[in-house]
Ligand binder design. Structure first.
Ligand code: FES
Length: 200
């Protein structure tokens, strides 16, 4: 049975009031900020659940209310999932990165082979390149990076910044400044339609 996402108000799909949207997005950002400032995610190995766990739960998300440049955080199996609607500039910057310049050259995408390179194409949603869907847990020691909420510092590469030890991620969620050793993980998910994502 699908778990409902948190921080996502379904009524927003038809809500044109930007202040109302902001409330929801700020709430999502506050979640990320609190986690980043004070919480080490307790079980790093949850990022690599065994096969028996993989079939247990899915989270369905309607992404239609998320405007370009906005992001939300939903929960999937107890983990924060970052969903960002990237701008054209963010996509362009992500595509411009050379694999040789990356700390982690692997895509870390559960939807692709383990050895898939960390190109933007392999990090973004298949056939929906403006969307980035990732497990929002820093691969260093498990903090929740900031960068989901409007106005939050996103690091030098415009993606996410982990306040615990300073790791920085780019607009494809690839680590560009350590100590994090690996890119943010991408969970198994599909676009069930143009506006609906099923995670898990
Ligand atoms: Fe993110 Fe250490 S936990 S940099």
């Amino acid at each position: 049975m699908a778990n409902p996402p948190v921080f996502v108000d379904p009524s927003l799909a038809h809500d044109d009031d930007p202040s109302r949207r902001d409330v929801i997005l700020i709430a999502a950002g506050a979640f990320a900020a609190i986690g980043g400032a004070a919480v080490l995610w307790p079980l790093l190995d949850q990022m690599n659940p065994d096969a028996s766990t993989l079939s247990l739960a899915t989270t369905e998300v309607d992404v239609s209310p998320i405007e370009e440049g906005q992001a939300i955080t939903v929960m999937w199996r107890g983990k924060p999932i970052f969903i960002r609607h990237r701008t054209a500039k963010e996509i362009e910057e992500a595509k411009a990165a050379e694999i040789d310049d990356l700390i982690d050259p692997l895509a870390r995408n559960a939807n692709l082979p383990d050895d898939a390179p960390a190109t933007d194409e392999n990090r973004a949603a298949s056939e929906h390149e403006k969307w980035l869907v990732m497990i929002g847990i820093c691969t260093h020691l498990g903090c929740i990076p900031q960068g989901q909420a409007p106005g939050q510092y996103k690091g030098e590469y415009g993606g996410w910044f982990c306040p615990c030890h300073g790791s920085q991620y780019d607009t494809a969620g690839r680590v560009r400044i350590g100590p994090a050793p690996e890119n943010l993980y991408i969970p198994p998910y599909i676009f069930a339609s143009d506006t609906k994502i099923t995670i898990g």
